[in-house]
Design a protein. Structure first.
Length: 79
């Protein structure tokens, strides 16, 4: 059995996230499902949110963060 989960998100962010999801062959709904699956499995976020991010560091942080997320997801069992 499934539930409908609703949340508010910036329209531009959702549009960009949808485009990125399609580029990697998935959907925003599947990404939320993956996040929740790992949240329950690990009992923590499957990535470490940056504490003090500066605008000048955004490009570097995003690349490092994205690589860490992909590595952590690749290491996950039970998908």
């Amino acid at each position: 059995m499934t539930e409908i989960f609703r949340c508010r998100i910036d329209r531009k962010l959702l549009a960009e996230a949808t485009r990125v999801a399609e580029q990697i062959g998935t959907t925003p709904g599947e990404i939320v499902w993956m996040l929740f699956t790992q949240l329950v499995k690990r009992r923590e976020l499957p990535f470490t949110p940056p504490a003090n991010r500066h605008q000048a560091d955004d490009d570097l942080v995003n690349v490092v963060r994205r690589n860490r997320i992909w590595r952590d997801l690749d290491d996950a069992e039970g998908w």
